[in-house]
Ligand binder design. Structure first.
Ligand code: SAH
Length: 250
């Protein structure tokens, strides 16, 4: 029988933000290869008899290279008849999911993708920031700050010169460069937010302006993983706390 590769988006971390389909496949899995951004609570859903293999990336810690992960997917798929890959957020949003699919397909493996809630949407929402608001903006852009070569993405310049809400991933280490770049195109008072560990008990939200965010981030000790949100809609975060409203009502 042809083996199957299940590529599952785990969402931002809160186990309740997994899809029902993801939970079903995890419970039926034979082996799960998972990333650093997958939370302990989510891993706890996987039955004990299922083989769990950590392949994730965490700064400084040992992890497999992408090519090694691709090989492992193929190896486990043929060994077990199916293999499940669990990635943070959505696998196709800066997640290298397509590379894994292509590699598996080269070996004739059937592939199924389950979308996950990307941190690019969950982080602003959980901070009370609507990425769009009628009358304020006409689009929101999701940009990586860090390109394959480690440099600052040129798309950030286009983003800065637009009037869109900008959501930046992998940008905490480049916050100073980012705020300087945006200050060249937008007002120094432009609101900006950092949302660290969105949906997890350690979630931290820091809001400010392009002019003062670096200082505030240092004061509050913001560290990855965090999403940066830039635009007028960030002001709304300071007026509402949607997360605690939901939690208090349970
Ligand atoms: N595929 C993932 C993104 C992977 S890139 C997704 O769709 O969410 C890794 C980046 O995602 C991090 O540098 C950070 O910017 C962001 N990120 C992932 N999980 C996060 C979380 N729980 N809170 C805040 N940012 C997160």
């Amino acid at each position: 029988m042809t083996p199957t590769f299940y590529l599952i988006g785990a969402g931002p971390g809160d186990v309740e933000l997994l899809t029902l389909k993801a939970v079903r496949i995890l419970k039926e899995s034979k082996v799960v290869l998972y990333d650093a951004l997958v939370s302990e609570d989510i891993l706890a859903l996987i039955p004990d008899h299922v083989d769990k293999v950590y392949v994730g990336k965490r700064a400084g810690a040992h992890h497999l290279k992408q090519e090694e992960t691709n090989e492992l997917i193929v190896e486990k798929a043929f060994e077990y008849g199916s293999v499940t890959r669990l990635k943070g957020g959505d696998s196709f949003v800066f997640g290298r999911g397509q590379e894994e699919i292509e590699h598996a397909q080269n070996y004739g493996i059937d592939c199924e993708v389950v979308p996950g809630i990307s941190s690019s949407l969950a982080a602003p929402t959980l901070a009370g920031i609507p990425v769009t608001k009628r009358g304020i903006n006409e689009s929101f852009w999701v940009v990586t700050a860090t390109t394959c070569s480690g440099g600052l993405s040129k798309d950030l310049t286009h983003a800065a010169s637009s009037s869109a809400t900008i959501v930046i991933l992998m940008g905490v280490g480049k916050l100073e460069l980012i705020s300087q770049l945006f200050s060249m195109y937008r007002n120094e008072d432009e609101p900006i937010a950092l949302v660290q560990d969105a949906s997890l008990p350690t979630q931290k939200i820091v809001t400010g302006t392009l002019g003062d965010i670096v200082e505030k981030a240092n004061e509050k000790g913001v560290r990855p993983p965090a999403v940066i949100v830039i635009g007028e809609v960030v002001k709304l975060a300071e007026k509402q706390s949607l997360v605690s409203m939901v939690k208090n009502s349970i």
